[in-house]
Design a protein around this ligand. Structure first.
Ligand SMILES: Nc1ncnc2c1ncn2[C@@H]1O[C@H](COP(=O)(O)OP(=O)(O)OP(=O)(O)O)[C@@H](O)[C@H]1O
Length: 198
């Protein structure tokens, strides 16, 4: 069953509307791209679909029902900056297990070294941290993944490793995914369909 945003509208405070009447649907197992100029609202759309923000108009529906307000969230959102998405006071083992308990094989597929588990976020590079954030988001109850410039800050080798591991999981579990990116070639390679915002 799809993840749907129906006639969504959102504005920050009293600022002008970022968008109004915007609709989007992502099916199970579907990889959809979202592109458009800086500031057009891509991240905001992702935040509505993953329940981080509530639309002022319209509704976000999963399987035809509103998103759950508590418990493990079936729509997970991975952002560009992993250092902002982790608690700096927790060791990586606890951060990883905030979502679920990935086993050694799963950790290895994301290139997560065992010796990183005892470290703090400040002791890892951005690429190392992002491997944890992506793995954390892929618990067994995840149905949709919002990949918001997920590998933009990373070197090419790390980018390729993370995408390889993510796509394996997405295909095996038939997850739906929204890929937000400025990189046209990445979107064309990954996505069955690309939505371009003005
Ligand atoms: N927390 C916020 N408070 C106020 N305005 C915001 C906030 N977040 C985003 N905006 C504004 O809302 C608009 C849409 O922002 P958004 O980040 O969704 O766009 P985007 O397309 O993802 O941009 P980029 O490609 O640069 O990441 C922009 O004008 C932005 O300045």
């Amino acid at each position: 069953m799809p993840l749907e945003g129906r006639s969504l509208a959102f504005r920050y405070g009293k600022d002008p509307w970022v968008f109004r009447g915007f609709s989007i649907e992502i099916g199970e197992g579907e990889i959809v791209g979202l592109s458009g100029p800086s500031g057009c609202g891509k991240t905001t759309i992702g935040r509505l679909l993953s329940g981080y923000d509530i639309p002022h108009e319209g509704a976000v529906l999963l399987d035809g029902r509103p998103l759950p307000r508590s418990g493990y969230h079936p729509v997970q959102h991975v952002f560009q900056h992993p250092e902002k998405a982790v608690n700096p006071r927790l060791r990586m083992q606890r951060i990883l297990n905030e979502g679920w308990q990935p086993d050694a094989a799963f950790r290895a597929s994301f290139g997560i070294a065992d010796e990183w588990l005892g470290r703090y976020p400040g002791e890892l590079s951005g690429g190392e941290l992002q491997r944890f954030c992506v793995a954390r988001a892929l618990g067994p109850q995840t149905r949709y993944l919002i990949a918001d410039e997920m590998t933009t800050m990373l070197d090419a080798v790390t980018q390729a490793q993370i995408w390889h591991a993510v796509l394996d999981v997405v295909r095996e579990r038939r997850l739906g995914m929204l890929v937000v990116s400025h990189e046209r070639r990445l979107l064309e390679r990954l996505c069955g369909r690309i939505i371009r915002l003005e």
